[in-house]
Each structure stands twice: as structure tokens, then as C-alpha cells.
Design a protein around this ligand. Sequence first.
Ligand SMILES: Nc1nc2c(ncn2[C@@H]2O[C@H](COP(=O)(O)OP(=O)(O)OP(=O)(O)O)[C@@H](O)[C@H]2O)c(=O)[nH]1
Ligand SMILES: [Mg+2]
Length: 386
Amino acid sequence: MLARLHLVRQFELSIISCGDAGMELGASIITLLKSLGKEMHKSLGINSGRIDPDLDKVFKKYVSIDPDTGGFAHDLTSATAIAGSSYETLNKSIGGILPSKNGILMITVGGGGTGIASAMVVLKILREIYQQTPPVFLLLPEVFENSRVHYNVSQFLYHTVYSNNPIGNPVIVIDNKATEGEYKEPFDVVAKRRMEIIPKAIANLLYSAFTKPRYEEYNAEFRDFSEVIHTSGIGVLVAKDLENDQGELNLRFDDILFDSITEITSLPREKIAEARKVFISILNVDMQQFQFTVEAKKIKALFKDTSPYLIFADSEEEESKRPTLNAIVTGLPLPPRVIQIMKIARESRKDMIFKEMEGLEVVSNLDTERVATLEEEIENSYLKYS
Ligand SMILES: Nc1nc2c(ncn2[C@@H]2O[C@H](COP(=O)(O)OP(=O)(O)OP(=O)(O)O)[C@@H](O)[C@H]2O)c(=O)[nH]1
Ligand SMILES: [Mg+2]
């Protein structure tokens, strides 16, 4: 195989983080990248309430859509009305943080009222004024969380991905749902762990995309990463340690990757193989050439319509150089996990949803009948895949 020339570009990333969870994720990504020697110069935090001094140090710009409220208790109706009135303020701040043509812009958000409402305004501004539809990293709620959060996330996914005329941003979902190994742990422990693992995975992926590969044959880079995260539809973020607590390595990359995506999406293997784009970074693995070649080939053979971009690299972390596999897989068939969230939202909030929709500016152009049949439609379209 002919190795192409690997160009290590200048690192240029802008991030817009909405709501408490979105800002926490964004702040950790920025801080981690800085510790890896990749400084970000353009970032915007959006929240309600006054700025948290610790976060203020991290974000270059901050907008509060309502300084007098500490949050909207996940209420999308009130948050949407207020976020909409911040259109001009947000527009000014967004104009100042956009990256150049070669840079990457990304958005982070959780399912709260402030986060989802302001993210919807941000996406509107980016599309209307700047003709951009950057990727959104969306934190999905655990199944027993407040139904409002499920409703917010459903609304967001509907408008960005599933409606007849979607805004069109790729949505890369990251999940609060406990994995098999986590079911016995309390939710706050799992939730806290997510806030550590997710930013770390995103930082690692970005770091890899902008760094020199260890092997020239597996030399995924910035433009591949950019292509993958800009592929429309639903994507997932994979974050796996390859070493267990006893220091044993698991090098079955294909199983690790597929099991992890199955856990997040509930999609079966053959459906995951239909993903349109895949970027995989394997960091800090020290192994014989023939082994990684075999493993890499296995991964490449597993995806039907795409050949994954793959990079083996070393991080510049000072303390622990843990072997890790991180990936972003985009353009997936409709994940059952998304249907589950829409179902929870609909079952518990059907009446509320219709009442709320009457007052919602952002969704006022929604066809209510269509929303009512959305779940059924989605299930039917899912049948194709099951
Ligand atoms: N894993 C994890 N998830 C969190 C955490 N905080 C919030 N979330 C997720 O984000 C959702 C709530 O979003 P927030 O970001 O707190 O809400 P907000 O955007 O500030 O909006 P308000 O409702 O107005 O406060 C929760 O239902 C969780 O799913 C956290 O510390 N860890
Ligand atoms: Mg909040």
C-alpha cells in the first residue's frame, strides 16, 4: 500500500458549549487539549445564570441568555422564548469565534432547557448567517432521568436530523446510560465518569488528527477527521481503555469497537457495519508490526460501505500513557437507543408536548400531525434495519 504524505496542520478548533453539561464538557476538552500542547483560541460558553468563575477562565467568550435565572429546570418552553431573544447577542459572539476555512467548529450540549434552547438558536444562526452546519456532540440522558430531558433531546434530534426539512447538523451522541459493567453503580458515579471519559476521548481524537502517525500506512489525519464528523445523520463516540486494572492488554480492536457501539446505540453488528464514515485512533499501543497489521485489516474489513480512517499514534501525556481506542462512527442507521428516548418523551409527556408546542417559537412551523406520527414512522423506518 502506498503511504500518502501526512501533513500535520496547524491546530485550529472552535467550540461552542451550551448549558451546564455542555459547558462542562467543553471546558474539559479545552483544558485537556491545552495539556496536550494544543491551545484553543476560540471558544464560546452559553448558559443561563451568572458565569461560573472557574469556567470563565476557560472560555474566551461567554453569553448568558438570562443572567437572573440559574436555569430553566429543563423547561424547554421558557428557555426557548428567552434564547430566541438573545439571537443578536449570540450572533455577535459567534461571529467572533468562527474558525478559518481549514479549522473545525464543534458544539457540545446536554439535554437541559438552557442547553437545548440555546443550541437550537446557535444552529439557526450558523445556518442562516454563516451557511454552516457543524457537528454537535449531544449528551443523551439515562433512561430514568426526567422526562423533560428526553423531550428536549427528542425535539433537538427531530429538528436537526429527522424532520422533513432538518437543520442538517451531524449529531454525535454520547450516552449517560450505564453500560453492562456499570449497572450496579449509582448514577452519580456513572455520570461523573462520563464527564471525564468523554472530553478525554474527544481530546485524544483531535490530538491524533493533528499529530504524526506512528506507522505511515495508518495515517488518518485532520481532513479525514473533519470529513467523518461532518457526515450527516447520527454518529457515536467510542472511548475505550485497552488495558484492564491488572495491566493486561486487549488488542481485539474490532470486537472492542463493535461492542462499544452496540452498547451506545443498541444497533446490531450488521447494522453498525453500514456506517458511512469511521475515524479510529489507537493511542500508546506498543506492539509488533505483524500484529497491528492483522488487527487493522480486521477493522477495515468490517465496514461495508467505507474504509475506516485509522491512526496509531503516541500521546504526549506526562504521567500515564494508557493504551486507548477512540473512534467516531457517523452516518449510522437509525439507532434503537434514539427511538427509546423519543418513546420515553412521548409516553410521559404527550399532552404536555402538544400544549408546549403551541407556545414554542422555534417549533411553530411544525406540522403537529406529523409529530404525532413521528414515532410510528421512525419505528417503521427502523423495521427496514431489523
Ligand atoms: N454525565 C453527566 N451528565 C450530566 C451532568 N450534568 C448534567 N448532565 C446531563 O445533562 C442533562 C441536563 O442538562 P444541564 O446541562 O444540567 O441543563 P442546562 O442545559 O444547564 O439547562 P437548565 O435545565 O436550564 O439548567 C441531565 O439530564 C444529564 O443528562 C453531569 O455532571 N454528568
Ligand atoms: Mg442549567
